[in-house]
Design a protein around this ligand. Structure first.
Ligand SMILES: C[S@@+](CC[C@H](N)C(=O)[O-])C[C@H]1O[C@@H](n2cnc3c(N)ncnc32)[C@H](O)[C@@H]1O
Length: 258
């Protein structure tokens, strides 16, 4: 049997121990770093796309109307998933905002454990990003890029513009790795959230050895304390992320569905 190309969807049950197919020594003889990267990416992007298919179904079924905002766009993998699922659900009014430096990460000040998270890592230019969006071919003229490091780009003037246009978040993807990147993102989206807005927080367990008191987890915990809304845990995305649904709690019930 050959090694499945897409392991997360192709795990195969077999008759007898160990009850699933596990590639043996000869099947993995030529396994190298590139194989590992491809394997991880196939697993990860499969989980992410499953999340997008479920969440766009959730949003349309519940009549949550609004826009898609992505903070951390890089290779447009998740952005293309959003465009594709929006197309499948005929969300013709949706706008898609891509917030990124388009120069990669800023200098990290919060001591992540991933040594490659240095200034300029994970860079995709705006032109490259838009080329991938154009090739995908869905809602191309509904896409707007907002270029810059969040500390500079998420200005009061931009908040005011979004307020004047009465923009609301349908789905926000927060995929910017660092604590210091996520803090201004949460503040920017707060006034745009409505009941039913979904937050996909990609790096809840990434980059800081899974510690909930560091990184994007910490930024989210701090944000929850100052938000006017509450957030119920919804879907898990792989080992790294989770989504939450915003809701109002005027009776202060503080339910815990966990
Ligand atoms: C992990 S990548 C995003 C992957 C992307 N969602 C995809 O599916 O291809 C992280 C991105 O966050 C951006 N980023 C991180 N911190 C930022 C900041 N403070 N300001 C602007 N962009 C930032 C980087 O430029 C990079 O494109």
């Amino acid at each position: 049997m050959t090694t499945p190309k897409n392991p997360s969807v192709d795990i195969q049950a077999v008759d007898g121990e160990p009850w699933v197919h596990l590639p043996n020594g000869s099947e993995l003889r030529d396994w190298d770093r590139d194989s590992e990267i491809a394997y991880n990416q196939a697993n990860r992007q499969t989980e992410k796309y499953r999340f997008y298919t479920r969440t766009f179904d959730f949003l349309t079924d519940n009549r949550v109307h609004g826009d898609y905002l992505e903070f951390g766009c890089h290779r447009a993998r998740t952005f293309r998933m959003a465009l594709t699922e929006a197309r499948r659900h005929n969300l013709n009014e949706m706008k898609f905002f891509a917030f990124d430096s388009f120069e990669g990460l800023p200098d990290a000040t919060s001591d992540p454990s991933v040594e490659i998270w240095k200034r300029g890592a994970l860079a995709t230019s705006e032109d490259e990003f838009l080329k991938m969006i154009n090739e995908q071919g869905h809602f191309v003229d509904h896409v707007e890029t907002i270029k810059g490091f969040y500390a500079d780009s998420l200005t009061p003037a931009l908040s005011q513009r979004f307020a004047e246009e009465q923009r609301k978040v349908s789905l926000a993807c927060i995929d910017c790795d660092l604590y210091e990147s996520a803090v201004p993102v949460f503040d920017f989206i707060e006034p745009l959230l409505q009941e039913g807005s979904v937050l996909y927080i990609d790096d809840l367990f990434a980059g800081y050895k899974g510690s909930p008191v560091k990184g994007v987890s910490r930024a989210f915990i701090e944000f929850r304390k100052r938000s006017r809304l509450r957030f119920v845990r919804h879907l898990d995305i792989g080992w790294w992320g989770r989504s939450y649904i915003a809701y109002e709690d005027p009776e202060n019930l503080e339910v815990d569905l966990a």
